[in-house]
Structures are given as structure tokens and as C-alpha cells.
Design a protein around this ligand. Structure first.
Ligand SMILES: C[S@@+](CC[C@H](N)C(=O)[O-])C[C@H]1O[C@@H](n2cnc3c(N)ncnc32)[C@H](O)[C@@H]1O
Length: 274
């Protein structure tokens, strides 16, 4: 497995800890299995970055936004971009007739298939793993795997953009926006630029770099950046703000006017109507 794909086991370990709390925000019954020993080792190695709290909030924000998109908006085609060890196709309640595609590196998808052997999908849901390099051309592989461009799609890009150079992030967002049907929605997260240089997070950032998983991209102006990539920005929230707090965010939320602050942003985007 590529080094960066190990980070998927790190985030799965954080989801396992939330799942095993008293009164958890969500329960991912597969998280401990897919995290394996390495996920918990990385959780220790990258300690101090607030990962467990952040993952609890990010997962919950996205779980709720996914539920709204499929039950509220009626979307039936879902693409998890850089799915990693996320197990939402198995653990969420889906309406009948949902087609899920999971994009990630080939070795990650092969390891996930082994770890999840025997896990059963809810009735009426199909799941298609698609091996790609998201920094290159990948939409053709998704089409070959059965994705229908004319069907409005829910895209979820969780925990990816840190690891790509800016031009690849822009290309990915613009490609999806150009190719997906009206009525499609994209959910995701992105870090601020200051997060890449935060002196307090230096040990964490250095450890990621040593592990060949350096953080490469962040933006302090997510609304502007996402709009430049073609999207209508419905919502951008920092963890801890109303609608992205869930009783689990222990840190201060610094107002957006204060510049050069390490932050994360959770967002919901729509394809423009015209
Ligand atoms: C931090 S994990 C996030 C996984 C999952 N979305 C989650 O939130 O737990 C980052 C994921 O991005 C994938 N990834 C990074 N660069 C990639 C690339 N160029 N092509 C395909 N996948 C990539 C890794 O394999 C890994 O699964």
C-alpha cells in the first residue's frame, strides 16, 4: 500500500475510538477492523493534532449531509472520492436503489476488500470499488465502472485535499463540476494554509512528511477557491460552529476575520443551475 493510504487507517482508528465511547455520535462497527494495528500506531504517532475530535465532528457533519442528500434531495448515485477505509456503504441506512462508487489507490482497495471480507451491504445498495490515481486522469475509469454522468450524483471528498498539490485539487474539483449532472452535490473538507505551517503542529506535520504523506494544500479563502473551481458554495463551516459542533468540539473557534489561523473547513457545494 502507498504510504499516503496508511492515513486511511489512521482516520479509521479515530472513528473506532468515537464508536466505542459512551453516547457516541456514530457507530462504525468496522472501524477497528479496517484500522488494524497500524491505524492505532499512527494515532499515537500523530497525536496532538486533535484528530479524534476533528474526525468525530467531520464524520458526523458528512453523515448528516449525506442523509439529507439521499433522503431529502433524492440522490441515488454516490461517489466516495478517496474512500480509504470509510465504511459508510455498509454502516449507513440507505434507501433502495443506491449505487455507490469508491475511488482510491489499487493497493488500498485490495487491502480493504480483505479486511472487510464477509461484511454485508444493506439490501438494495450496490458498491463498486474503482482503482485510480486521483492526481491524474480518473473520470474515464469511473465511467467504465458504470457511473452515469447524466444521473445527479452525491460526491464525498473527505480527507483528501491535504495530500494533493493545488493544481491537482483544482483539476479534480473542476472535472467533477464539468462532468456531473445538475442537481449534484459535493461534500468535503479542506484545511487552511496556516494549518500547513502551524508551529504548534510542527511535530505532527514533520511526522507526516517523514512518512511520505506530507500535507501539501490548504486555503484561507475556501468560498473563493471552491467558486473558482466552478461550484455554488451552499455552506462552509469550521468545526465548532453552529451545525458543526455536535457537543464534541473542545477547542475555541477563532472568527474568520482573524488571519493566518490554523483551521479546517467542512463544506457543501452545488453544481450551478446554468
Ligand atoms: C486520510 S485518508 C482519507 C480516507 C477517508 N476518506 C477517510 O476520511 O477516512 C486519505 C486517502 O486518500 C487516498 N489518496 C491520496 N492520494 C491519492 C491519489 N493520488 N489517488 C487516489 N487516492 C489517493 C489515500 O489512499 C487515502 O485512502
Amino acid at each position: 500500500m502507498e504510504a499516503v493510504s496508511r492515513t486511511a487507517q489512521w482516520t479509521a482508528a479515530a472513528r473506532a475510538l468515537e464508536s466505542e465511547r459512551e453516547s457516541p455520535l456514530f457507530v462504525d462497527p468496522y472501524a477497528r477492523t479496517v484500522a488494524a494495528g497500524i491505524g492505532f500506531e499512527l494515532l499515537e504517532r500523530y497525536a496532538g493534532a486533535g484528530t479524534v475530535e476533528f474526525l468525530a465532528v467531520r464524520t458526523t457533519y458528512l453523515d448528516r449531509a449525506i442523509a439529507e442528500a439521499v433522503t431529502g434531495q433524492g440522490l441515488r448515485q454516490v461517489v466516495f472520492v478517496a474512500a480509504g477505509m470509510d465504511t459508510r456503504p455498509f454502516r449507513l441506512t440507505w434507501p433502495e436503489g443506491v449505487s455507490v462508487f469508491e475511488l482510491d489507490r489499487p493497493a488500498l482497495l485490495a487491502a480493504k476488500a480483505e479486511l472487510l471480507e464477509g461484511a454485508e451491504l444493506p439490501a438494495g445498495v450496490t458498491r463498486t470499488p474503482v482503482a485510480v490515481d486521483l492526481a491524474g486522469e480518473w473520470i474515464g475509469s469511473l465511467v467504465e465502472a458504470g457511473w452515469q454522468a447524466e444521473v445527479p450524483t452525491l460526491w464525498v471528498v473527505e480527507g483528501l485535499f491535504f495530500f494533493l498539490p493545488e493544481d491537482a485539487v483544482r483539476r479534480l474539483l473542476a472535472t467533477v463540476c464539468e462532468r456531473t449532472a445538475r442537481g449534484s452535490v459535493l461534500l468535503g473538507d479542506v484545511a487552511s494554509r496556516a494549518s500547513l505551517q502551524n508551529p504548534l503542529a510542527r511535530p505532527f506535520l514533520n511526522a507526516l512528511k517523514e512518512d511520505d504523506s506530507a500535507w501539501l494544500f490548504g486555503t484561507d479563502e475556501p468560498e473563493q477557491f471552491l467558486a473558482e473551481c466552478g461550484w455554488d458554495v451552499r455552506e462552509v463551516k469550521q468545526p465548532g460552529e453552529e451545525g458543526a459542533e455536535f457537543g464534541r468540539w473542545p477547542f475555541q473557534v477563532v472568527p474568520r476575520e482573524v488571519p493566518r489561523v490554523p483551521r479546517s473547513f467542512l463544506f457543501t457545494l452545488d453544481v450551478p443551475q446554468s
